[in-house]
Design a protein around this ligand. Structure first.
Ligand code: F58
Length: 836
């Protein structure tokens, strides 16, 4: 027996607590209630039950993780390190039960104990550690990495307060602190011994060492610690499990002893409090100046701890760091972790004694950079004085990277000062700023956008100069989403029907969904397809009634737009469409072909006045439309509060129509659009982001297209818009805007929506008026198609059948092949009588 055989055999899962089957689950649940919650049944709360069950499940996940880590260690495989300031992982209990194949046994066990499993699943408060699409994408990618058996670690920040909870009063959004940790987090494992020191502020001192080499010492003003908190990510249908490692800040010394001894207790705890502030709160995406320093410190804390961790793990197997880049592929999820480029360079130079050229080569070979936005205001920059005061050593390194890089640019494009100025890592205008996207491009060997159109536009606009210099660094990686969470878990009825039709392979090979195409004219199958959708709609209707007192009919078309509220996403175009429909119904000119329930959900950034006004507008229109006896059977408007992963899982399965109506060229990709498609909704959309590819895949006859395309948008912007002329030329639009201004929707208040209407008349930056007529015409096509039930079912089946491209497995395979050069390392695990 070799050493490694001996070690593997020690890892075999023999312990009784790993048993599957309802009796073992019930036994361990009761033991956990007693030993972990310190409760007995008669006084246990729902939260106690939830926690006891979560621990029971987590124990059953651990062996997969330990075996995976062991396999990766033995094989010395390349690890993907996915660096993201946000991971919107969603609730864990239901998902982990599904992935362990333990749902049925757990249901039985809970039933025997008189406990409702669904109530426990619904009880879980999700970790809201992200703003929206970008954070959720990171979570979908963690799911696919584990499912594809790719060794991977997600690195991020353990915010104590995640994205705010939204509640609505009198139609306005209010924000409430998200206290997701209040009742405990059973899914994480705190690694008190995995802790790194992070330096902040101060100054640097240069000197020459004994060998005459130039060396710099950073004398920080403060140090804080980052402590690892791990969450397991199971693969589906495999034995692998990876981890998400989130950093929480803590004080380096619990108390300032000198101050304490002098009796100054307030000062003694001050440092502790201010250090721990670093990971207190997730910043909402409102681009405000407030809290900039803290945000920079957050970013630095997390990338520094992550890199120190990677280096520690690497040095467990290797003697030095020269082949670091062959063991890690580090992906920057947007520029929020881009400081990692400078930090790795610093660690190699200052802490590990490397010379510049080798350190820089290791750095650039390690990193890839994904861009998620074309909006110029969303490109991250840091003012130089702030950067210097937090990271003085890093600023020196940025200058040196820049000096060497700009020499390269000058050599390649002699005399082109404009280009040098645009590509510089430092924006020399005004107070001078460090440009993080430029830093990410210079420090990475691969750069990608997140949909074909977005990648093309990146190369032609925001990153044009970098593309001209290094065309081969660029590629497209169209986003994807996990069908496990967004179909299997959220929509079991549809999922079972699909499995009956094409077998269960589709959850790992979405290409198998193509098998549904053959059934698109099969009457019996079409009927069952329709019934599956009806079941999801009824379930959403019950949820809306129970939670929010809303009455909606599952016989109406569920027409849905759920996403962050932003002007470029044009929720207000949707509202103008609702008002137009309301007017048509009211005037009696048009008999309603199809009753509609228009469903909105989404959070507005707390400082984004116009977005908040849009939420108020939706509620105001709903109040009138829903109470009007002339129209209430044909048109309803519902706003579902507090959109997050959990509420999303109730909504996607129930949608008939998915509105993806951003102004062309503005939405990098969108991922909600993909989740709707997989759940059999048809898309009403512009040629923006991944909509373009959704339409290509679904077939243009199965997609409701409208609106200007990106080049028309650009041309119109150049020519200068004349929104008022469009208003005057279109009588329906005129009536809609006049009605909005009249105060009908605001209890007579003509001022309330004036900022919105005024912006449309004077600027209309997002070209609502230009697209309005086309939007209404497309909505007419939607009505006609929905009125023909067989036709709609066929289109819906085809959308699901052709949604395979949008699996995150496809996206992760592309990243693995083209950027990370990482391959599968399946973990072997014998689990007694379990499927996987
Ligand atoms: C989103 N970005 C894109 N950013 O808008 C969306 O088109 C794309 O599908 C998605 O990324 C995934 O690629 C996004 O969600 C943020 O939330 C930022 C977080 C940090 C502050 C600024 C906004």
């Amino acid at each position: 027996m070799t050493t490694s055989d001996r070690r593997s055999s020690r890892l075999d899962p023999q312990a009784a607590h790993l048993e599957r089957g309802a009796p073992a689950i019930a036994r361990d649940f009761q033991a956990n209630l007693y030993t972990r919650m310190a409760k007995f049944e008669a006084i246990a709360t729902r939260n106690d039950h939830y926690l006891a069950l979560a621990y029971t499940v987590r124990d059953r996940m651990l062996q997969r993780w330990i075996h995976s880590a062991h396999t990766y260690f033995e094989k010395s495989s390349r690890t993907v390190a996915y660096l993201s300031a946000e991971f919107l992982i969603g609730p864990q209990l239901g998902k982990n039960l599904l992935y362990l194949g333990l749902e049925a046994d757990t249901r039985t066990a809970m039933q025997q104990l008189g406990i409702d499993l669904d109530a426990l699943i619904e009880h879980e408060e999700e970790p809201g550690l992200g703003n929206g699409g970008l954070g959720r994408l990171a979570a979908c990618y963690m799911d696919s990495l584990a499912t594809l058996c790719i060794p991977a670690i997600g690195y991020g920040i353990r915010y104590e307060f995640g994205i705010f909870d939204q509640y609505i009063r009198d139609g306005w959004q209010y924000e409430v602190t998200d206290k997701w940790l209040r009742l405990g987090n059973p899914w994480e494992i705190v690694r008190h011994e995995i802790e790194y020191t992070v330096q902040l502020g101060g100054h640097t001192e240069a000197s020459h060492d004994a060998d005459g080499r130039y060396r710099v010492r950073w004398r920080p003003e403060r140090v804080v610690q980052g402590i690892a908190h791990d969450t397991l990510f199971l693969g589906h249908g495999v034995h692998n499990a990876n981890m998400l490692r989130l950093w929480q800040a803590s004080a380096s010394q619990a108390l300032d002893l000198q101050a304490f001894n002098e009796g100054d207790y307030a000062r003694a705890v001050q440092e502790k409090v201010s250090s721990e502030n670093l990971t207190k709160v997730l910043y909402p995406n409102d681009h405000s100046e407030a809290g900039k320093r803290l945000r920079l410190e957050q970013q630095y804390l997390f990338v520094s701890c992550s890199l120190q961790d990677m280096i520690r793990i690497h040095l467990q197997r290797a003697t030095d760091l020269r082949d670091f880049h062959t063991k890690y592929a580090i992906q920057l999820n947007d520029t929020h972790p881009a400081l990692a480029v400078v930090e790795l360079l610093r660690l190699l130079l200052d802490e590990h004694g490397f010379e510049w050229d080798e350190a820089w080569a290791i750095t650039t070979r390690s990193f890839g950079y994904t861009n998620h936005t074309l909006l110029p205001e969303a490109l991250e920059t840091w003012s130089m004085p702030l950067f210097r005061s937090v990271l003085p050593r890093h600023l020196e390194l940025v200058f040196e990277i820049n000096r060497r890089f700009l020499d390269q640019v000058r050599l390649r494009f002699p005399g082109d000062d404009g280009r040098v100025e645009r590509m510089s890592l430092v924006d020399e205008h005004g107070d001078k700023r460090v440009r993080m996207a430029n830093l990410a491009c210079v420090g990475s060997h691969a750069i990608n956008g997140v949909a074909a159109l977005h990648s093309r536009l990146l190369e032609a606009s925001v990153l044009r100069d970098f593309h001209a210099l290094w065309p081969s660094k660029f590629s497209n990686k169209t986003n994807g989403v996990t069908p496990r969470r967004f179909v299997a878990l959220s929509n079991p009825v549809l999922s079972n029907l699909i499995t009956e039709a094409v077998g269960d392979g589709w959850l790992h090979d979405m290409g198998k969904l193509r098998g549904l195409e053959a059934l698109r004219h099969d009457r019996a199958f079409m009927e069952r397809w329709h019934e599956a959708k009806q079941a999801s709609k009824q379930s959403l209707a019950r949820y809306l009634k129970a939670r929010h007192g809303e009455d909606v009919s599952a016989d109406s078309m569920f027409d849905v737009q759920v996403k962050r509220i932003h002007e470029y996403k044009r929720q207000h175009l949707n509202v103008l469409g609702v008002i137009a429909r309301y007017r048509r119904l009211k005037s009696g000119r048009e008999a309603p072909k199809v009753a509609r329930t228009v469903i909105f959900a989404g959070k507005a950034a707390p400082g984004y006045t116009m977005a908040k006004l849009m939420i108020k507008l939706i509620h105001s229109v709903a109040e009138v439309v829903n109470h009007d006896p002339d129209t209430r059977d044909a048109l309803r408007v519902v706003f579902v509060p507090d959109f997050n992963v959990k509420t999303a899982q109730h909504i996607y399965p129930a949608a008939n129509l998915s509105q993806q109506i951003s102004l062309a060229g503005m939405e990098a990709s969108g991922t909600g659009n993909m989740k709707f498609m997989m759940n059999g909704a048809l898309t009403l959309g512009t040629l923006d982001g991944a909509n373009v590819e959704i339409r290509e895949e679904a077939g243009e006859e199965n997609f409701f297209l409208f609106g200007l395309n990106e080049s028309e948008v650009t041309a119109r912007r150049r020519a200068g818009q004349a929104p008022r002329r469009i208003y005057e030329a279109n009588p329906e639009l005129r009536d809609v805007l006049d009605l909005l201004s009249s105060g009908v929707f605001s209890r007579g208040d003509r001022e309330l929506f004036a900022p919105l209407v005024h912006h449309l008349f004077e600027h209309d930056t997002y070209m609502l008026l230009a697209d309005f007529a086309a939007y209404m015409e497309a909505q007419g096509r939607v009505d006609a198609a929905f009125a023909d039930r067989a036709r709609w079912s066929e289109m819906s089946i085809l959308n699901v059948a052709r949604s395979g491209k949008f699996s995150s497995d496809r996206a992760i395979r592309e990243y693995c092949d083209d950027i990370w050069h990482a391959g599968p390392v399946p973990a072997q695990l014998h689990i007694p009588d379990g499927p996987v």
